[in-house]
Design a protein around this ligand. Structure first.
Ligand code: BT5
Length: 335
């Protein structure tokens, strides 16, 4: 009901709407309307109240409230159910707990801050209060577990497309899970799966995006950025998140219907590291080579110095800087 009161306030904004019209529209008493107005105010909404005019929405707080995310979202199932937290240890962790209890397909877990946000291999993810999009989406894809790994890449495509659309900047993708602006990391994606041999129980796509972060810990300063630092402008997080959710739904449906190839095509168009010399820090070793391709399973295909091809499932890629493509190719083949 609070959400519906808010919706009416937004519809009539910048005009006043009388308490009586709200009562009639929603079939509730004046006291009930007043209580909802008070609740909205305590959540940070600025609402003017005048005896003969009614109520007027003055300001909306910079929070990722479920009612803000759902307002005008237009997706079929992604983000229709939102679990909102001021604070979470890790939204991926919370998402797994919710999925274990059977939450709806496409449910979104979002937190204003995370104290134990994590990346791959348990690395720490910096997630300050109110400055980013720290969220996880729960999916129940009807596919074999072996077909699921490309979903991380699908997440990266969705984020990069949303950034381009909302902030009009050229976000690029680096294998396997980073979104970059000008070579600096702005977003990381962590997908986790709970599965049996032939069946996925659920899958969680965790997205960490630096939207309005202004300062980073010293050890990250050189290699990361945020949309605000890059563009000089704050970006409305709800608008960006809605766009990400829409993109994820579209790409997810495309993937289920047509397989990974169409999504992979988008991924390659935005990838900033194909046809370059790269160094990959794997779990066991470091490999250098020419980033020749990414296959339909999401493996990075490197051409090594002896001309052979090697497929990599995971690793951290750094670009070997300062090359033009031809020079890179020559150097690559002489490794
Ligand atoms: C990732 O891991 O890039 C995946 C990050 C996923 C975070 C989201 S937030 C919501 C959800 N809930 C979670 O608990 N996690 C997900 P990886 O490729 O392993 O990169 C981790 C490395 O990125 C760290 O070791 C740092 O070097 C760097 N890093 C940490 N915080 C960062 C930040 N805010 N922005 C850019 N880089 C960061």
């Amino acid at each position: 009901m609070k959400e519906r009161v808010l919706h009416l306030l937004k519809q009539s904004c910048p005009e006043f709407i009388s308490g009586e019209i709200i009562c009639r529209n929603l079939g509730i008493s004046r006291t009930a309307v007043w209580k909802h107005i008070q609740t909205l105010r305590s959540s940070g909404y600025g609402i003017a109240a005048l005896p003969h005019a009614g109520y007027r929405l003055l300001s909306v707080p910079d929070r990722l409230y479920p009612e803000e995310i759902r307002d005008g979202l237009g997706t079929e199932f992604i983000g229709r159910q939102v679990y909102y937290y001021e604070h979470a240890i890790s939204t991926n962790e919370t998402a797994r707990e919710l999925a274990d209890r059977g939450c709806p397909d496409g449910a979104l877990v979002i937190a204003e801050e995370q104290s134990g946000g994590r990346g791959r291999l348990g690395r720490k993810w910096f997630s300050p209060y109110g400055k980013g999009i720290w969220c996880s989406i729960i999916l129940y894809p009807p596919v074999n577990p072996s077909d699921a790994p490309p979903l991380t890449m699908l997440g990266a495509v969705a984020v990069a497309r949303a950034i381009r659309k909302v902030a009009h900047v050229e976000a690029g993708i680096k294998w396997p899970n980073d979104v970059l602006l000008d070579g600096k990391k702005i977003c990381g994606i962590l997908s986790e799966m709970n599965a049996e041999i032939e069946r996925i129980n659920y899958l969680v796509i965790g997205i960490g995006m630096n939207v309005n972060v202004e300062e980073f810990p010293e050890e990250l300063e050189e290699t990361v950025t945020s949309l605000k630092i890059y563009t000089g402008q704050p970006v409305k997080r709800t608008v960006l998140l809605q766009e990400i959710l829409k993109e994820i739904e579209q790409l997810y449906k495309l993937w289920l219907q047509n397989g990974f190839q169409p999504v992979l095509r988008f991924w390659k168009e935005m990838c900033v590291m194909l046809n370059r010399m790269v160094r990959v820090n794997g779990i066991k070793d470091v490999i250098e080579g020419w980033a020749e391709d990414v296959d339909e399973h999401g493996n990075l295909i490197l051409r090594l110095g002896d001309g052979s091809l090697k497929g990599l499932v995971a690793g951290d890629v750094s670009l070997q800087g300062g090359f033009d493509l031809q020079a890179g190719r020559r150097e690559g083949s002489s490794l």
